[in-house]
Design a protein around this ligand. Structure first.
Ligand code: NAX
Ligand code: K
Length: 216
C-alpha cells in the first residue's frame, strides 16, 4: 500500500500547484467535496459540527460544511480561532461560507465548547492537518478533549488532530476518530498499531493529483 510521509504529501501538493499549475483552491475544493460525500455516506443522518482551526485543514472544513449544506444536512462550523486569523485558501473558503450564510460560531472559551458541541451527532475534526507540530496547544487541545468526551460519531479529516503523521505516535490529546478521511494516500504513521486505535476506519480521498506525481 502507498503510504506517504508528511514531507512527501506536502511536496506533492506544492508541485501540483507550482509546477503543474493546479490551483490550491481547486485541490481544496476536491478535498472538501470528496470528504463531504464520504461523511454523508458514513453518517447519513444527524446534526453535524465541523471543528475548524486556522490552517488549510480548516479550509477543507469550510468546503465540507458548504457541501453538506447542499446535501440538506444540518451543519454548523465551530471555529476555535477568530475568522480574521485565517489566510490564503482557508480564508477564501471561510469567506465563502460567511457570505453563503452558513451557521458559523467562533468559540475561543474552553468552557463554552462543551455546550456548543453537546447536541451534535457527528463531529468532524478540521482542527489540525499535516502542518501541525507537537501536541495540540491551547484551545485546540480543549476542543479535542471536548470532542472525545462527546457522545457522537467522530470523523477526522486528513489526520486525527494530535497524531504524528510520520511516526503514528498519538499526542496528548489526540482526536479519537471512528473514521479518518485522508487525502491523496495513507500516511506512514497510519501503519502502527498505536495509530490505528485513533484512526478508526481509513478511507483515501482523491484531490485530483495526477497519477504521474505519486511515488510507485
Ligand atoms: N494545497 C494544499 O496544500 C492542500 C492542503 N490540504 C489540507 O491542508 C492541510 C495542511 O494545511 P496547513 O499546512 O495549513 O496545516 P494545518 O491545517 O495543519 O494548520 C497548521 C497551523 O496550525 C497551527 N499549529 C501547528 N501546530 C499546532 C499545534 N500543535 N497546536 C495548535 N496549533 C498548531 C500553526 O499556526 C500552523 O500554521 C492538510 O492536512 C489538508 O487537510 C487540502 O486542502 C488539499 C490541498
Ligand atoms: K484533522
Amino acid at each position: 500500500m502507498l503510504r506517504l510521509t508528511r514531507q512527501q504529501v506536502r511536496q506533492i501538493d506544492q508541485t501540483a500547484i507550482e509546477h503543474y499549475g493546479m490551483s490550491g483552491l481547486v485541490l481544496m475544493e476536491n478535498a472538501g467535496r470528496g470528504a463531504a460525500e464520504a461523511i454523508h455516506r458514513i453518517a447519513p443522518s444527524g446534526d453535524l459540527v465541523v471543528l475548524c482551526g486556522k490552517g488549510n485543514n480548516a479550509g477543507d472544513g469550510y468546503v465540507i460544511a458548504r457541501h453538506l449544506d447542499l446535501m440538506n444536512r444540518t451543519v454548523k462550523v465551530v471555529s476555535v480561532v477568530p475568522l480574521g486569523s485565517l489566510t490564503g485558501d482557508a480564508a477564501a473558503n471561510a469567506n465563502i461560507a460567511v457570505r453563503a450564510g452558513l451557521d458559523i460560531e467562533v468559540v475561543e472559551d474552553p468552557a463554552e465548547l462543551e455546550a456548543t458541541l453537546g447536541s451534535a451527532a457527528i463531529l468532524v475534526d478540521c482542527l489540525l492537518g499535516t502542518g501541525a507540530t507537537g501536541d495540540p496547544q491551547g484551545v485546540y487541545a480543549d476542543a479535542v478533549r471536548t470532542a472525545n468526551a462527546a457522545d457522537a460519531i467522530r470523523i477526522a479529516i486528513d489526520i486525527p488532530t494530535g497524531l504524528d503523521v510520520d511516526t503514528g505516535v498519538p499526542g496528548e490529546p489526540t482526536f479519537q476518530a471512528d473514521a479518518t478521511l485522508t487525502f491523496v494516500a495513507e500516511k506512514t504513521g497510519f501503519a502502527t498499531k498505536e495509530a490505528r486505535e485513533f484512526l478508526g476506519i481509513v478511507e483515501v480521498i482523491s484531490i485530483g493529483i495526477p497519477k504521474k506525481m505519486l511515488p510507485v
